[in-house]
Design a protein around this ligand. Structure first.
Ligand code: ZN
Length: 221
């Protein structure tokens, strides 16, 4: 089964993707990870991407799509995967469709109210030692990292102003993409406002109730 995670920044795409990946033994493909790895390796696409980023410009869709295409050609993702962070703009979608980069079976559209997203941004804590991410909105009362007892740090871009800008970009650039997949009947909408465990249960229920071909059977194994 080929999944695409969709939703605003902080909607929980990565978290739910990782939980699904673990339970159903699927590889996750994160556009952010691919971009970082490609730049670090200094391959052709990475060098090209870096040249744009150094100038503060957007990496062209052709370069982003070439990276995804290369990753999707690898052996481990032939039977299924969970894609996160791509396509992100109508232009990327166009290249994705024109070049027939891959088939997607299910688009998981995670809906979370703006106020909740904001609470998550402001409540995000990252362990200074091991990088574990916690959110005070989960109300688990962790004063220190539960993994290593490290101290919590707050990222400089986790503030209302920065988030508001990211959310605006999502509304204008990314959200319009959803209608393409809706027309194909591939979208499952999940209410993801709860903490991760609960949202994950909500997501599996939505899968079981959807009429996307093969999805219910896949989840029931
Ligand atoms: Zn830690």
């Amino acid at each position: 089964m080929k999944f695409l995670m969709f939703g605003a920044p902080m909607a929980g795409k990565g978290t739910l993707a990782n939980m699904l990946a673990e339970d159903y033994n699927l590889p996750t493909i994160s556009m952010g990870d691919i971009l970082r790895a490609s730049i670090a390796s200094g391959d052709e696409n990475g060098v090209l991407a870096k040249s744009y980023m150094d100038k503060g410009e957007m990496v062209p869709s052709e370069v982003v799509c070439a990276m995804i295409k290369k990753r999707l050609a690898e052996k481990d993702v032939q039977d299924g995967f969970i894609l996160d962070g791509f396509p992100r703009t109508p232009d990327q979608l166009k290249v994705f469709v024109d070049e027939k980069i891959t088939d997607i079976d299910v688009v998981v559209n995670i809906e979370v109210p703006y106020e909740t997203l904001l609470t998550r941004v402001i409540g995000r804590r990252t362990c200074k030692s091991c990088g574990y991410i916690y959110n005070t909105s989960w109300n688990l009362g962790y004063e220190k990292c539960p993994k290593c007892s490290g101290e919590w740090g707050i990222r400089s871009d986790d503030n209302e102003e920065t988030y508001k800008n990211r959310y605006e970009v999502y509304l204008q650039e990314t959200l319009p993409i959803l209608s393409y997949f809706e027309k194909l009947g591939k979208v499952v909408t999940v209410q993801g406002q709860d903490e991760p465990e609960q949202s994950y249960e909500t997501m599996l229920k939505a899968f079981e109730n959807s009429n996307i071909k093969g999805l219910k059977e896949f989840i029931e194994g």
